[in-house]
Design a protein around this ligand. Structure first.
Ligand SMILES: Cc1cc2nc3c(=O)[nH]c(=O)nc-3n(C[C@H](O)[C@H](O)[C@H](O)COP(=O)(O)OP(=O)(O)OC[C@H]3O[C@@H](n4cnc5c(N)ncnc54)[C@H](O)[C@@H]3O)c2cc1C
Length: 488
């Protein structure tokens, strides 16, 4: 039963479901619930949707915040995968996302990427590369892939097991082991050095067995589709309207206190802002209700440099690779660095190098480089030092990354090509998404059933445990289905 305080939109005071956060998971949960006639409203603290996968403008240029690539790409006709499931559940035609496939990606290890494994959206390419570079491991790799394919990664009751220990049952060469872990960790591990096997399987399928794609217009295309579906289904959204506190009335109804001081009520709340962040909102209630494990914020955060180039990357000889995962150290060290940034490993993404179709190219060149970074360092700087440090580390990160790209014809060719740069740090992530410690992949321990200390408050998104853009949307869908729609 919905009480309406005012007949105009977005002024109800009670909803069936209040969703906190208009990122990918919150939007997907909202669409699903609105389709089934629930009175639903999404509350978002910022003035833009997308969260970790939004976009922003500087000097008239639009930059994507997160999107390197949409993972989990499969071609039309392949059934039963995360992408097809989410399209069906959100009633989206696959043409609406207008996804264009990657050209090729690489894992490049060694001081200049001497050992390299190529992969594309055709898994046979990676199988061949492993067989060629690591012939003694070919059988073990096949057994590992069989174990990945048969593992039930969507189970909400799976017990945590070390992925390194399972991978070592099949592979003996630590170099190959690290080369497989590097992309999976960079694109979705909230834990240092090792992953939970269920997360490893999700990411292995998302990156290697399925693949990468991107809409020509980047994340804006995806967000536009989601917002249109949500609006058309009757969902409401309140922007610049953060939630400060959740409490529970004696009759079980949740009361949300908003940044404006206003209070609204909801029978159910789905929070996409993270487990520790949601616990903070409920701090006054925890202890009165059933115990839920206290969530610890994650430690892993990143810097990302963005270089806008006048020429196309192909003009610099960088036209082949869509994404390169690099590492120059004897062992891949996925951990919060002691230094401000760890430039020894990282991810290079060249958004121009997707197959956009004949004659279609992005108007400018783009090179993004992501490296691990130390939140405490960046959060503690004064404004002036912060700006200077961004410039210093921009240069260090570029120099490190360029070792893994084809050599330039002239050493200054890149600097001459750059027309604009930007860089975000762990501090930027916390500022714009509220994630504690700038932890992009959230808390190390995931709450697969999405439960919290309050019975009608659930988690979706990063801390429920399905990661990436597709994973986040599926998480929103699963939690809406599991906690609300299946229970009537
Ligand atoms: C640099 C970077 C690169 C990435 N690259 C890729 C990629 O290439 N491919 C891929 O698949 N994934 C990528 N990801 C991961 C992907 O972006 C995330 O997994 C996904 O977007 C998470 O969505 P979410 O809905 O769970 O959370 P979020 O996007 O964090 O959404 C949470 C929302 O809640 C809002 N909020 C927070 N607190 C409050 C409050 N109290 N009240 C109201 N609103 C609040 C925030 O403003 C935010 O909009 C990347 C992420 C980053 C940061």
């Amino acid at each position: 039963m919905v009480s309406i305080a005012n007949s105009s939109l977005n002024t109800r005071t009670h909803y069936d479901v209040a969703i906190i956060g208009a990122g990918m998971s919150g939007l997907a949960a909202g669409i699903r619930l609105a389709h089934f006639g629930k009175a639903v409203c999404i509350f978002e603290r910022h003035n833009a949707v997308g969260g970790l996968n939004g976009f922003y403008s500087i000097a008239g240029r639009k930059y994507d915040v997160g999107l390197h690539a949409m993972t989990n790409f499969v071609r039309p006709g392949v059934k039963g995968t995360p992408l097809t499931k989410l399209l069906r559940q959100l009633r989206i035609e696959r043409e609406e996302f207008a996804l264009c496939e990657q050209r090729q990606s690489r894992v490049a290890f060694g001081p200049r990427g001497e050992t390299s494994l190529r992969f594309t959206n055709d898994f046979a390419v990676l199988e061949q590369e492993v067989a060629q570079r690591f012939p003694a491991e070919a059988d073990g790799f096949r057994r590992l892939v069989a174990a990945v394919r048969t593992f039930d990664d969507v189970s909400l009751d799976a017990k945590p097991v070390s992925a390194r220990s399972i991978v070592r049952e099949h592979l003996r060469d630590p170099l190959l082991e690290d080369m497989l872990f590097c992309p999976l960790m960079y694109y979705g591990s909230a834990t240092e050095q090792d992953m939970e096997f269920g997360q490893f399987v999700i990411m292995f399928k998302a990156l290697f067995l399925e693949g990468f794609a991107r809409p020509f217009e980047g994340v804006r295309q995806v967000l536009r589709v989601l917002l249109d579906k949500y609006r058309a289904a009757g969902g409401e959204r309140r922007m610049k309207c953060g939630v400060q506190r959740i409490s529970r009335r004696a009759d079980g109804v949740n009361v949300l206190r908003l940044d404006s001081g206003e209070e609204i009520t909801a029978a159910h709340v789905i929070s996409s802002i993270g487990a520790p962040e949601t616990e903070r909102l409920m701090a006054n209630e925890v202890g009165r209700e059933q115990a839920a494990p206290a969530a610890t914020p994650g430690r892993l955060s990143f810097v990302e440099t963005i270089s806008v180039l006048k020429p196309q990357p192909a003009d610099l000889g960088w036209g082949d690779d869509t994404i390169i995962f690099f590492n120059d150290s004897p062992r891949f060290d996925y951990a919060r660095p002691g230094d401000p940034v760890d430039p020894r490993s990282g991810v290079i993404c060249i958004p121009n190098n997707f197959e956009y179709g004949s004659g279609k190219t992005l108007s400018e060149g783009l090179v993004r480089v992501t490296c691990l970074a130390n939140y405490d360092y960046w959060a503690g700087l004064n404004e002036e030092t912060y700006r200077a440090e961004k410039q210093r580390w921009y240069r260090t990160v570029q120099a490190s990354a360029q070792r893994f790209l084809p050599p330039l014809t002239a050493p200054t060719a890149f600097d001459r090509a750059v027309v604009a740069t930007d860089m975000f740090t762990p501090r930027t992530i916390t500022k714009f998404t509220g994630h504690l410690q700038g932890a992009i992949y959230g808390a190390p321990v995931k709450q697969r059933q999405g439960r919290t200390a309050l019975p009608n408050v659930y988690l979706c998104g990063t801390d429920q445990g399905f990661l990436g853009i597709v994973g986040a949307m599926l998480s929103g869908i699963s939690m809406a289905n599991y906690h609300i729609l299946q229970k009537g």
